[in-house]
Write a protein that binds this ligand. Structure first.
Ligand code: TYD
Length: 136
């Protein structure tokens, strides 16, 4: 279903002689209206980012360059890890998923987000997330 994190293969149009293009389109291969796009870069290899969940935000995340590893926990308490290592692979993250993220030194993370930035949408303390997991 749409409520669990999952890797999504995006079409890669082209060939190695001319290069490739990959397209993300709202309500076609992205299951929400895209209200915000952000990207991160120059993340040191030994840093763990993320460390939060979102109350309402849905995302599709790409590693347009490099390798990005996600360790996630769903609101059902299920833990899983995903690796983005190709620009045509996306990770769909529904609401209420805790994520810790590690990057290769050259990684560029591109995020398509269903909402504009709202700090109140963040759950930044793991204990608060675990309370929600246990309530469920
Ligand atoms: P955060 O989402 O905590 O980063 P990460 O999950 O990569 O560790 O965001 C880092 C900082 O950037 C934080 O101070 C909030 C700010 N920020 C915005 O102002 N707008 C945005 O759209 C995003 C994603 C972050």
């Amino acid at each position: 279903t749409i409520n669990i994190p999952k890797l999504v293969e995006f079409a890669s149009i082209g060939d190695s002689s001319l290069g490739f293009i990959t397209i993300a389109e709202a309500h076609k291969n992205v299951p929400f209206e895209i209200k915000r796009v952000y990207w991160t870069y120059f993340t040191p290899h030994n840093v763990i980012r993320g460390g939060h969940a979102h109350k309402n935000l849905e995302q599709i995340i790409f590693a347009v360059c490099g390798r990005i590893e996600f360790n996630i926990e769903t609101i059902d308490g299920e833990k899983n890890s995903f690796v983005l290592d190709s620009p045509d692979k996306g990770l769909y993250i529904p609401r209420l998923v805790w994520r810790d993220i590690k990057f290769s030194h050259n990684a560029v993370l591109l995020c398509l987000a269903s909402e504009v930035y709202l700090e109140e949408d963040y759950i930044r303390h793991y204990e608060d997330f675990k309370i929600l997991v246990h309530e469920k």
